[in-house]
Design a protein around this ligand. Structure first.
Ligand code: PLP
Length: 392
């Protein structure tokens, strides 16, 4: 059965699998299905495929091969860092932000009482201030003795509004106070250049389905020498840090997709920027009353808009009827119709916040699609105006 023609503009939720990644996965699923832990040559070729994928991923982010651990998704990578940090009884401190993904916020809520969690605020653009981190660390470390058990976890780029944080500076501040630094880079990897050595982060989370790789696979970068506990126990896979037979095909698909996107980061960012510009121009020309959320320094393609006296859910469903996929807040909680924690945190005025949508464009979107999205949004508002006028 063929799917009806859709315009996919929800690339922050997930992305289309690159054909080149799919082609690389196919033989591993169909023919070369040996267990990577087995000593015979059929297993050895799977093991070699995993090794080469790890090398390729490490090269894409400036890491060493043994610093890359495969996981099942970004959520698992985030949970691994937080849980491993909290797994002994001594007093701990986690400093994070109020606009993190639930993959960070929920495990923080579940921390034992011995772990104190502090959330940093953001400004109207969704930016975290280095000064706030500095002051928070000074205040907390003066107040209690955490014996070096301090973790700062700040996302690289926000999934709702796209704002990119000053990760290198934040990491330096954390380190200067003896804290470890983790960044949830799920929205950034494959879309902006990342060099973990230059950023000097201790941990970095990523997820393949956000950069045109397969779903159900991700990775965690762990800087060499950083104290770290296994995710799950069992076999000797992932240097005994995450047991379980490797998802060889997905690991390979992820490495091919990441290399493909990394090679084309500047070209993709350029063309996506033009699409964004066109969408904003078209909506502005139509004189719709809206604000654009997020910082100018954002992940390519993230267009978060709040329309005055509107309803994001209504816009989403009307666009859906026209075959256009967008999101209202975070895709992960699209069942939830409340204004998201991110839109609240950046202080979008009440008469705009309920009318928030996120259009997230990707490398496969075209100018024709942007025009169709703009036409559809404009027609929703024009139609609403007519209905409202009829009723008065
Ligand atoms: N972190 C961020 C910033 C995200 O945007 C997402 C997914 O939307 C995740 C973590 C979770 O990633 P995954 O879907 O791979 O579990």
């Amino acid at each position: 059965m063929r799917m009806k023609q859709i315009i996919y503009a929800d690339n922050a939720a997930t992305t289309e699998l690159d054909m080149i990644a799919f082609e690389a996965m196919k033989p591993l699923l169909l023919n070369e299905y040996g267990n990577a832990s087995q000593p015979y040559s059929f297993g050895r070729s799977a093991r070699q495929a995993v090794k080469e994928a790890r090398q390729q991923i490490a090269a894409c982010i400036g890491a060493q091969e043994h610093e890359v651990f495969f996981t099942s998704c970004g959520t698992e990578s985030d949970n691994w860092v937080l849980n491993c940090f909290s797994n002994c009884e001594s007093k701990k401190l986690i400093i994070t932000s109020c606009i993190e993904h639930h993959a960070i916020l929920k495990p923080c809520e579940a921390m034992p009482r011995s772990t104190k969690v502090v959330q940093l605020p953001v400004n109207r653009l969704g930016e975290i201030s280095c000064n706030d981190l500095e002051k928070t660390l000074e205040r907390e470390l003066n107040h209690a003795d955490y014996s070096g058990n301090v973790l700062v976890s700040i996302m690289y780029a926000n999934n709702e509004i796209g704002t990119i944080q000053p990760i290198k500076e934040l990491s330096q501040i954390a380190h200067s106070h003896g804290a470890l630094f983790h960044t949830d880079a799920v929205q950034a990897v494959g879309h902006v250049s990342i060099d973990v050595k230059d950023l000097d982060v201790d941990f970095l989370s990523a997820s393949a389905h956000k950069f045109n790789g397969p779903k159900g696979i991700g990775f965690l970068f762990v800087k060499q020498g950083i104290p770290f506990h296994p995710m799950i126990y069992g076999g000797a896979q992932e240097s005994k840090m995450r047991a379980g037979t490797e998802n060889v095909a997905s690991i390979v698909g992820m490495s091919v997709a990441l290399k493909n996107n990394t090679d084309e980061i500047a070209k993709n960012a350029d063309s996506i920027h033009n699409l964004e510009k066109r969408l904003i121009e078209r909506i502005e020309e139509a004189n719709l009353d809206f604000v654009r959320n997020g910082s100018l320094n954002h992940v390519p393609g993230n267009v978060n808009l709040s329309f005055k006296n509107s309803d994001g859910e209504m816009i989403l469903h009307r666009l859906d009827l026209k075959g256009i996929c967008i999101s209202t807040g975070s895709a992960c909680d699209s069942i939830n119709t409340q204004v998201s924690h991110v839109i609240k945190a950046i202080g979008v005025p009440d008469d705009y916040s309920r009318g928030t949508i996120r259009v997230s464009l990707g490398k496969n979107n075209t100018l024709e699609e942007i025009d169709a999205i703009a036409d559809a949004i404009i027609s929703i508002f024009k139609r609403n105006r007519v209905i409202n006028a009829d009723m008065t």
